[in-house]
Design a protein around this ligand. Sequence first.
Ligand SMILES: C=CC1=C(C)c2cc3[nH]c(cc4nc(cc5[nH]c(cc1n2)c(C)c5CCC(=O)O)C(CCC(=O)O)=C4C)c(C)c3C=C
Ligand SMILES: [Fe+2]
Ligand SMILES: [Fe+2]
Length: 349
Amino acid sequence: MEAKKRGVILMNLGSPDSTSVSDVKKYLKEFLMDERVIDMPYLSRFLLINGIIVPFRAPKSAEAYKTIWTKEGSPLIVLTHQLQQAVQQTVHVPVTIAMRYGNPTPEAAYQALLQQSPDIEEVLLFPLYPHYAMSSYETAVEYMKEVHRKNGYTFQLQTIQPYYNHPEYIQALASSIQPYLQLDYDHILFSYHGVPERHIRKSDTTGCHCLKVDNCCNVPSEAHKTCYRHQVFETTRLVTKALQIPENKYSVAFQSRLGKGWLQPFTDKQLEVFPKRGIKKLLVLCPAFVSDCLETLEEIAERGKETFLQAGGESYTTIPCLNVHPMWVSVISKWINQFNQGDTEMLLH
Ligand SMILES: C=CC1=C(C)c2cc3[nH]c(cc4nc(cc5[nH]c(cc1n2)c(C)c5CCC(=O)O)C(CCC(=O)O)=C4C)c(C)c3C=C
Ligand SMILES: [Fe+2]
Ligand SMILES: [Fe+2]
């Protein structure tokens, strides 16, 4: 029997095309008009985004992007391209990239695969998000399905499930952290992108567990399959266990909030209080992101450092995202090879 013709799409969030205010406005509008990001009725969302948030935010965001932009473009896009190239060298199926917002679009990614392999039968969608959140993983997957359906493509679309607790992902993350443990440090902060608490409740498939049961994220539940909070705690628990980091040497916080009612504790507030609690030498990492981006390079590495040092901290080291770490490249390649052999263990069922 002949093997099926397959292809892979690595999917990330996306960036503006340039640091111009007009490109940033276009990107923010597309991003924030996503009903899985700002979950309001259409008209209120439209008025809030177009009338208030984008006009005020775009000039500030454009300035922030300027501080991290490279000759090749946005770090997130450049790093996603580099990951695609590294993975492509080790697998025998075509691999391309798509962004949820901006370029390259999902249509462009599907077309790129069809051009390389016109009789393609199965495409693997690989979201570059280890954790499930309606504003990251879910919107990426649902949007790819929608574009697939609208174009009437005949190939099948399969999706890698969230890998926040997969032993091979944890091992890759641990080995990217390991060299930094040689530094003299008091504490490690795991800073994850925040989400509104309302989103955690909305994603609860049982309707009665998340943020309703005491200590919900540590009480076994079916809800954890789609609970971002549970999943980030699990990544932290598993990776600190693998590295034998004692419980009193690390903590979790949530960054990048936009509005009220987001998951706590907040990273920026923690950075202010740590020095007062005797934490003077800090390591920070951001495992919700596979690729370094505005939120890690500007918010955490630049502004976070300033906050911590001004509050009395002495040393502040950021640990890069997995990016193109060789172990991460080989994990992705291994999962792609498994998929290419018809192994469905890693796929959403
Ligand atoms: C874990 C992944 C992400 C989740 C969950 C997420 C939720 C989320 N984000 C916003 C608003 C903004 N996020 C912005 C940037 C941004 N967000 C992620 C990832 C997640 N967001 C990434 C990778 C990036 C960086 C993109 C880059 O180009 O480098 C921005 C834009 C920048 C800014 O103006 O700050 C906004 C806005 C919301 C509202 C939300 C959940 C509801
Ligand atoms: Fe975000
Ligand atoms: Fe939970």
